[in-house]
Design a binder for this molecule. Sequence first.
Ligand code: NDP
Length: 245
Amino acid sequence: MAAEQQKRRALVTGASRGIGAAIFRQLAEAGMHVNATATSQAGVDKIKETIAANGWQASAAIYEAGTANSVEQLLEAAGPVDVLVCNAGINRDGLAMRMSDEDWRKVILVNLDSPFALARACLRNMTKNRWGRIIMITSVLAAKGNAGQANYCAAKSGLEGLVRSLALELASRSITVNAVAPGLIETDMTSKLMESEMGKRLLQIIPLGRAGSADEVAAAVSFLASDQASYITGATIPVNGGMLM
Ligand code: NDP
């Protein structure tokens, strides 16, 4: 790996578990200095234990999307960012007719407003260096839609639109902006679904016949974060076992 790449500083949101934890691990193992976030001190402490156990160049910080000054405080803790991975995401499912304003707004806030605010805050350093990687974790549902997830699908589709617009704005500075769109991945977010009848039906429409792992998503992110991905921008990379083609 190029020495330059080893010195790069990455920021991964929602790195305490699931897909974010796998992205954190893969970028740290690739030699980047990774700043990993969780919403609680307990989450941060757990990340710090992992860092110490593996001897990574990494740090951990609290980040809860939407709380006062959260982006400013996080960027202060993380320092300049070369590789931004907006992974933190939530769902608050329900049919649109019964969806509360609160559930709508919370999902848009965490899954769309927060990635925009973070990207905007990281751009000064990337633009100055004429190098940067912004990777947004979206979802197969951004393109498909899903009954009971209007808020989640609207946020993830919005994020893919943001990716394409930022890619156009930043291309001349060698900053690439891409999305990785996972399908059904085994994490806390999908644990209830996986056990349900709907989960079993979903598995039947996945050509590869199984759910994916967090590491399989992280592999696509690691590639997009690398120098090897320098000619990919404005793209959405599907990691969904063939669920949508
Ligand atoms: P998990 O629920 O396992 O983990 C979510 C992560 O986000 C945790 O680290 C959590 O921190 C953090 N987080 C939660 N709320 C906030 C908040 N308000 N502000 C900042 N961070 C927060 O999710 P997954 O790993 O399954 O999902 C990761 C991403 O992948 C999400 O964007 C999700 O939408 C997307 N995705 C997942 C799919 C799947 O099948 N799992 C499919 C398609 C997309 P803490 O531990 O402190 O709570």
